[in-house]
Design a protein around this ligand. Structure first.
Ligand code: PLP
Length: 283
């Protein structure tokens, strides 16, 4: 596998960043993950807009213009011969003698781009069965709307899920409401057939897949409420699913060991999964 690191394409074994990198030292770093289907980037514009937003909110410089980054992403995809998979982009505030405040203006940011293939048939098999989620307390910091690599709470949540044989963790706020998944947006469909997902009020990451699904929901005239839902409501839901760039719409068939609805992927989730790529933008 070949990675792009600050202007060079190198085999992963030789690619690296400095031990002084602020991404390594302080998690002073942001990232994006974009799906690749048939060699094309999916929803690139929305991912690049969110990257810019993350950079702006942290006052971090762009390592490359958007156009140059688009070229680097494609070159990384090409060199890794990825047809279906994901491209990963990480930008840190650069490498410099360890000191908490921002480095002097002009310190070059670090840019890493990698790409890897995904086995679509495995993801489809997963979607046919649906995944299990467990709920855990949301222990993250307040700026979760920024896609930063400060992901230790997400790591612990995912491990808690794995320890229980589940594939995702749903994070729950102090009032008992689900915020989102450890690496996905969380959705339910109520017994009345209404789709529910949490509003973007700072407590969740503005998911790109979420935003495309919202366009699809509006287009199809599906019943929808943008509001927080509790764990109890999720237990009683007819359907549940998650959305993320790497899995698009993934049905959830078990929450904390209880079957969701009849325990099989729901009609709404399956329909949205089927239609997702008709609404997504390929570039
Ligand atoms: N929420 C969190 C915390 C995430 O890490 C992710 C993606 O990794 C998402 C939501 C889904 O976002 P997207 O649909 O843009 O991949």
């Amino acid at each position: 596998r070949i990675a792009y690191v600050n202007g060079r394409y190198l085999p992963h074994a030789e690619a690296g960043v400095s031990i002084d990198d602020r991404g390594f030292q302080f998690a002073d770093s942001v990232y994006e993950v974009c799906e690749i289907i048939g060699g094309k980037l999916v929803d690139e514009r929305r991912h690049m807009a969110r990257l810019q937003r993350s950079l702006d909110l942290l006052n971090m410089a762009r390592p490359l213009t958007e156009r140059a980054l688009a070229v680097v992403m494609r070159e990384t995809i090409r060199r890794n011969r990825v047809v279906n998979g994901v491209v990963y982009v990480q930008v840190s505030r650069g490498a410099i003698r360890r000191d908490f405040p921002f480095p002097p203006e002009g310190t070059p940011p670090t840019l890493v781009v990698t790409a890897r293939s995904n086995d679509l048939s495995k993801i489809e098999a997963r979607a046919d069965k649906g995944i299990a989620v467990v709920t855990v307390p949301d222990e993250r910091w307040r700026h979760v709307d920024i896609k930063s690599v400060s992901l230790l709470p997400n790591v612990l949540a995912k491990q808690a899920a794995r320890d229980k044989g589940a594939q995702e963790a749903w994070l729950v706020d102090a009032k008992g409401y689900v915020t989102e998944g450890a690496s996905s947006s969380a959705w339910i469909v109520t017994r009345d057939g209404v789709l529910v997902t949490r509003p973007l009020a700072g407590e969740i990451l503005p998911g790109v897949t979420r935003s495309v699904v919202l366009d699809l929901v509006a287009e199809q005239g599906l019943g929808f409420e943008e509001r927080a839902f509790t764990v109890e409501e999720a237990y009683a839901a007819r359907e549940a699913f998650i959305t993320s760039a790497s899995q698009s719409v993934m049905p959830v068939t078990q929450i904390d060991g209880r079957p969701v609805g009849n325990g099989a992927p729901g009609l709404v989730a399956r329909g949205l999964r089927r239609d997702y790529h008709s609404k997504a933008e390929f570039t």
